[in-house]
Write a protein that binds this ligand. Structure first.
Ligand code: CP
Length: 332
C-alpha cells in the first residue's frame, strides 16, 4: 500500500460527526443541507463557549497531521486554522507560496502530492484561482482538502463563521431575518459562501453595490438587488460590508475611494437604518474610512472582532468534521 493511502486514527471526538460527515473535504457551502450547516454550527458553538470559558485544550485531533498551504496572503484564516489545530492536538505545519518550491516552478499538484506523501491527512488551501480546492480534492487520493478561499469562488469557513456570529446575534433564528450585503459582490468569495448558507437557513438577502460589481444570476440564488445602500439597509437585521478590492479601480470598475465611501460606505447615519438590534459585520481586512467608517467598525453595533473569535471555533469544528470523515473513508 502506498504510504499516502494510510489513514490516521479516528479523532477521539469522532462520534460527534459520525453520521453526517459525508466527505473528508470542505470545498464550499453550495449544496450543503440545512442539517449539515446546523450540525457544524452546533459543534462550533460548543468550541466558542469553551473559548469564552476554560479555553480549548483538547486531544480530539491527536494523530492527525494538517498542512496549511497558503498561496495568497492571510491573517485571520491562517492564524485561526493554526490555533484550532494546535488546540485540538493535531500535528500541523504551514507554508506560503513565497517560501515553497512552487516559486521554483513546481506545479501546484506536485507540491500538494509531495505534502500528501509525507502522510499529511488534511490540507487547508488558499489560492487566488477559483476551483483549486475542488481540483486538489479530485487528484489527492487520501488527504482531505479544506478550502480556505479559492479566488472569487467560495470561502466556506468564513461563511460558517458569519453564520455563527449571526446565530448568536439573532438568538438562533435565521428565518424571518434579512441581511444587507454591500460592496464588491462580483469578486467576493465571502459573499458567495454567505449567500449559500443564509438562503438554506431561510434568511432573506439584499445586495447593494456598484453596478459594475454586481454579478449576473443573483436572482437565481434568491437574492434581491437594491439600487442604494440606504434601501438595502433600511429595516435589515444585519449589514455585511465587503472589502473594497482596490485593484478593481485600476481595471476601471470604480471611480475613486472617496466616491466609493460616499455612495457605498457604511457610516453612522446608515447604521441607524437597521433594526434596533441590527449588527454590522465585515470579514476583514477592513479599509477604514472606505467601505466602513472607523466609528462604525469600533461602534456598539459592530461584531467584527466577534467574527474573528468565531472563526477559531468554526475551524475547530470543520477540522474535526473532515478528520472524522477521512478516518471512515480512508481505511489502512
Ligand atoms: N477574512 C479573511 O479571509 O481574512 P484573511 O485574508 O486575513 O484570512
Amino acid at each position: 500500500m502506498p504510504a499516502s493511502t494510510m489513514s490516521a486514527p479516528a479523532p477521539t471526538g469522532a462520534g460527534v460527526f459520525s453520521r453526517m460527515a459525508s466527505s473528508r473535504h470542505l470545498l464550499g457551502l453550495e449544496g450543503m443541507s440545512r442539517a449539515e450547516l446546523l450540525e457544524i454550527l452546533d459543534r462550533a458553538q460548543r468550541f466558542r463557549d469553551l473559548l469564552d470559558g476554560q479555553g480549548i485544550q483538547s486531544q480530539e485531533l491527536r494523530g492527525v497531521t494538517v498542512c496549511n498551504a497558503f498561496f495568497e496572503n492571510s491573517t485571520r484564516t491562517r492564524v485561526s486554522f493554526e490555533l484550532a489545530e494546535q488546540r485540538l492536538g493535531a500535528t500541523h505545519v504551514s507554508f506560503s507560496s513565497s517560501d515553497s518550491s512552487t516559486a521554483k516552478g513546481e506545479t501546484l499538484l506536485d507540491t500538494l502530492r509531495v505534502v500528501q506523501s509525507m502522510r499529511v491527512d488534511l490540507v487547508v488551501v488558499r489560492h487566488p484561482s477559483a476551483g483549486v480546492a475542488a481540483y486538489l480534492a479530485r487528484h489527492l487520493d487520501s488527504a482531505g482538502v479544506i478550502n480556505a478561499g479559492d479566488g472569487a469562488h467560495e470561502h466556506p469557513t468564513q461563511g460558517l463563521l458569519d453564520l455563527l456570529t449571526l446565530r448568536q446575534a439573532w438568538k438562533g433564528q435565521f428565518e424571518g431575518r434579512r441581511i444587507a450585503i454591500v460592496g464588491d459582490i462580483a469578486h467576493s468569495r465571502v459573499a458567495r459562501s454567505a449567500i449559500h448558507g443564509l438562503r438554506v437557513l431561510g434568511t432573506a438577502v439584499t445586495v447593494a453595490g456598484p453596478p459594475t460589481l454586481l454579478p449576473m444570476g443573483l436572482e437565481a440564488l434568491g437574492v434581491e438587488c437594491s439600487g442604494t445602500v440606504d434601501d438595502a439597509m433600511r429595516g435589515a437585521d444585519a449589514v455585511m460590508a465587503l472589502r473594497l478590492q482596490r485593484e478593481r479601480m485600476e481595471q476601471g470598475l470604480l471611480a475613486s475611494t472617496s466616491e466609493y465611501a460616499r455612495v457605498w460606505g457604511i457610516n453612522a447615519r446608515r447604521v441607524e437604518l437597521l433594526e434596533p438590534e441590527g449588527v454590522v459585520m465585515h470579514p476583514g481586512p477592513m479599509n477604514r474610512g472606505v467601505e466602513i467608517a472607523a466609528d462604525v467598525a469600533d461602534g456598539p453595533r459592530s461584531v467584527v472582532f466577534q467574527q474573528v473569535t468565531d472563526g477559531v471555533a468554526v475551524r475547530c469544528a470543520v477540522l474535526l468534521r473532515c478528520a472524522t470523515a477521512r478516518a471512515h473513508e480512508v481505511r489502512p
